[in-house]
Design a protein around this ligand. Structure first.
Ligand code: HEC
Length: 196
């Protein structure tokens, strides 16, 4: 009798453990599920602001005090295609001021060793932004450093290596936040080779 009792107690404990494990795993939503909950959008915005994505991805306008400020109408829309592509004089390339010169460029365009490179449009515009991207494509772009996760390499100075350390939840939240922004139809030009 005592044996049967302990077998019963043991098996009910095992069943209890199984049931609670199943309950926990049901409760924990898979990280690919989009919710667009206010919490997610808030996390997404916090990550974007914390990492200063807008410094590179939002074009600037002259603020009321004459100083440049992010253009609230073109948040995260990348290098403005209607802006004249800056020319880089040979003199600058060979001078010690080369790095200083970089600082003077609009921060949606960057000059690296031999490329002029333009920051991407991350608004949900269908043709020119990430409007047609799936969340997996977005997460994999950051994780693999490739356009839509599998295509061409994402170039410096986009800090994808650092950003790939973000959790699934954080990257999903960034995607959801970006998807709630105003779509801006702006086709960012491909990078330009400066000298060969
Ligand atoms: C230091 C500047 C800089 C910062 C900061 C930055 N980016 Fe970028 N990002 C770029 C540039 C430049 C490109 C274009 C790279 C290329 O064309 O290869 C880019 C490309 C991307 C792309 C790929 C777009 C495409 O069409 O393939 C994604 C996605 C992206 N950035 C997301 C972000 C997010 C999210 C953040 C902040 C968490 C961020 N970036 C912060 C400069 C930056």
């Amino acid at each position: 009798m005592k044996n049967i009792c302990s077998i019963l107690t043991l098996s009910s404990l095992v069943i209890l453990a199984l049931v609670s494990a199943i309950a926990v795993s049901c409760h924990r939503k898979p990280a690919t599920e989009l919710t667009y909950s206010p919490e997610r959008i808030e996390i997404g915005q916090a990550v974007v602001e914390g990492w200063n994505c807008g410094f590179c991805h939002t074009p600037e306008i002259k603020g009321p005090d004459g100083k440049p400020m992010p253009d609230p109408k073109r948040l995260m829309s990348g290098y403005p295609s209607d802006e004249e592509v800056p020319t880089i004089p040979d003199m600058v390339i060979t001078s010690p001021e080369w790095m200083e010169f970089l600082d003077n460029l609009d921060s949606t365009v960057w000059a690296t060793d031999n490329l002029l490179i333009f920051s991407a449009n991350l608004t949900p515009a269908d043709e020119t932004g990430i409007g047609t991207w799936t969340v997996t494509e977005f997460v994999e772009t950051i994780r693999q450093g490739r356009h839509r996760g599998i295509e061409r390499r994402i170039k410096y100075p986009m800090p994808w290596q650092e950003l790939s350390e973000l959790s699934d939840e954080e990257l999903l939240s960034v995607y959801e936040y970006l998807m709630t922004l105003e779509p801006v139809n702006n086709k960012v030009p491909p990078s330009i080779v400066l000298f060969r």
